[in-house]
Structures are given as C-alpha cells and as structure tokens.
Design a protein around this ligand. Sequence first.
Ligand SMILES: NC(=O)c1ccc[n+]([C@@H]2O[C@H](COP(=O)([O-])OP(=O)(O)OC[C@H]3O[C@@H](n4cnc5c(N)ncnc54)[C@H](OP(=O)(O)O)[C@@H]3O)[C@@H](O)[C@H]2O)c1
Length: 287
Amino acid sequence: MEKIWKGFPVAKKVYKTVKEEIDLMQDTPHLVIIQVGNDPASEFYVSNIQSKSKKVGIKVTLILENETISTNELKQHILRLNLDNTVHGIMVQKPLPLHIDNSEINKSIHPQKDVDGFHPTNLGNILLEEDSMIPSTPAAVIETAIYYGLSFGGKHVVILGRSTIVGKPLANLLLQKKDAANATVTICHSRTENVSDFTQKADILVAAIGKANYVKEEMIKKNSIILDVGVNLIKSGNEEQKYVGDVDYNSCFDKALAITPVPGGIGSVTTALLLQNVLKAYKNEKK
Ligand SMILES: NC(=O)c1ccc[n+]([C@@H]2O[C@H](COP(=O)([O-])OP(=O)(O)OC[C@H]3O[C@@H](n4cnc5c(N)ncnc54)[C@H](OP(=O)(O)O)[C@@H]3O)[C@@H](O)[C@H]2O)c1
C-alpha cells in the first residue's frame, strides 16, 4: 500500500471519466455559481472550478452579488434558476455573509440541481441509502480511500468533526450497507471528552475540525490510515503563510500506515467530485 495518498491522481481519474462522458454528449452541462461578496479564498476556489470546468467541457456562469443582498433576494434569484432548464447545476459559494440564512438558501435550490448536496432531500437520501447528490468533501474522502485500495468494511472509522457538510454526511455514507462502506463509525466533536481515547482506537481516522496540526502522533494507533480534510492557513517562518491540515503530518507520518497530505490531498479531489455532480445534475434533467 502506498504511504502518501495524494489527491492529484484520484482527481485526474475523476476528471477523465467526466470529460469522456461529456465528450460523447450533444449538449453542454451548465453550472451557475453565485458568489456573494469578494472573499479572497472564495474567489480562488471559484476560479479553480471555472478552469477545471472548462477543461472537462462544463459551461460555468458566475453571478457576483453584492454582500448587502438579503436572504430573500438571493432566494428569489435561486428560484428563477431552478425554473431555467438551460441551467443544470446551481452552487452558492460559502461562506455567505452572516446576515444571510444559510439553511434557507440551501433549501431553496432544487434538489436535482443542488450540486453541493446540502439540500435536506439530498442529505436525507444519504440516511435512507437512496440516490442522492453527495456533498463533494465526504465523497472525496471515500473516493481517495477507495482509489488507494482501502476497504472500509468492518473497520473502525473515527471522524473528528460533526459538521453538516463533512462529518455527519461522511459518517452516514460510511454506515451504509454497501461494499464501499459497512464501517463502524464514531464521531467526536468539541464536547467529546478525552478525544484521544477514541482516536487511539481508530483503524481509520478522518480529521475535519479546522484546527491546525491538532492530531499528534500519540493520538493515533500504529498502522492506522489518516485522512486529513482540514485546511488551515497558518504563519510559517518569515511571516509567510502556508496551508496545513488538522493532522500534524510530520508527527504522525512514521506511525501511520498511510496519510493524506495538505495541501494536495482530499481538497484536490473535492472539486473533481463537484464537477461529477454537475454531470449527474445534467443527467437528472434529461431523465
Ligand atoms: N478539503 C476540502 O475540500 C474541505 C471542504 C470543507 C471543509 N474543509 C476543511 O475541513 C475542516 C472542517 O470544516 P467544517 O466546515 O466541517 O468545519 P466546522 O463547520 O467548523 O465544524 C468543525 C467541527 O469540528 C468539531 N471540533 C472542533 N474542535 C474539535 C476538537 N478539538 N475535537 C473534536 N472535534 C472538534 C466541531 O464541534 P462542534 O460541532 O461541537 O462545534 C465541529 O463539529 C476545516 O479545516 C475546513 O477548512 C475542507
């Protein structure tokens, strides 16, 4: 088994599959991204989606909204896009300004066009093991692990973080009675006492808490698999900034059987799976 599970080859494989399928189609899948305000990290993420979309043959329309937009105005905009049959996928870039009701926005996107998979119908369908738009970050965790030959069946997976976009959907995906899942899952969160008691028992540890280098060598089990979702910007020497994960990579490296790097790990796979969802949304519309 490879030791460093890079995201690049996993993403490349997904992009290739998506492109090959689109190349055979008469039509072009169309994604609309709504970005509110001009957060630099959002701008970077959106421009990455635009360039990757172009490469695989997805049309992207970017709608820039002023950060003074109200929840209701944004919602009305989305409702119009829901009715537009030239639009297959809709994504609202997060984070949104604090005055906007995230939940209301997630609910207003038609579930079939909801490429982020945050609509209650899509999240609920994961619980029910029905066809769903799967949020791309938990999907990226599973896609990466499977690419490198990991089988979750019967394994104890400990997930740090219970967010609605990562921890909770991932836990429910891994609990499914499917070949790619069938794991025993423990979730830890900020109120969990003695987190190490759980992480030390994990065959597979997923960290998604947003705390730079939180997981240290003494917290993990020998020969466990470490999947790091965290993306944290920290100051390194000389006031330079760099991205690190929630796992202290250098500290855990020797003890782990395999580990994902940050950057260049799970995050690289996320955009590829978002575009896979755009293709799925297109196919949903044609059904
Ligand atoms: N790679 C990607 O594509 C991608 C995508 C999305 C997010 N991320 C990254 O993943 C990380 C998590 O993102 P998120 O949106 O899920 O964050 P979030 O909404 O802030 O949730 C963080 C979760 O971690 C829990 N937590 C905080 N401190 C903890 C601790 N010491 N021990 C155990 N649990 C703890 C919180 O518990 P409570 O619920 O009790 O508050 C919460 O459930 C961030 O670094 C983010 O940048 C990466």
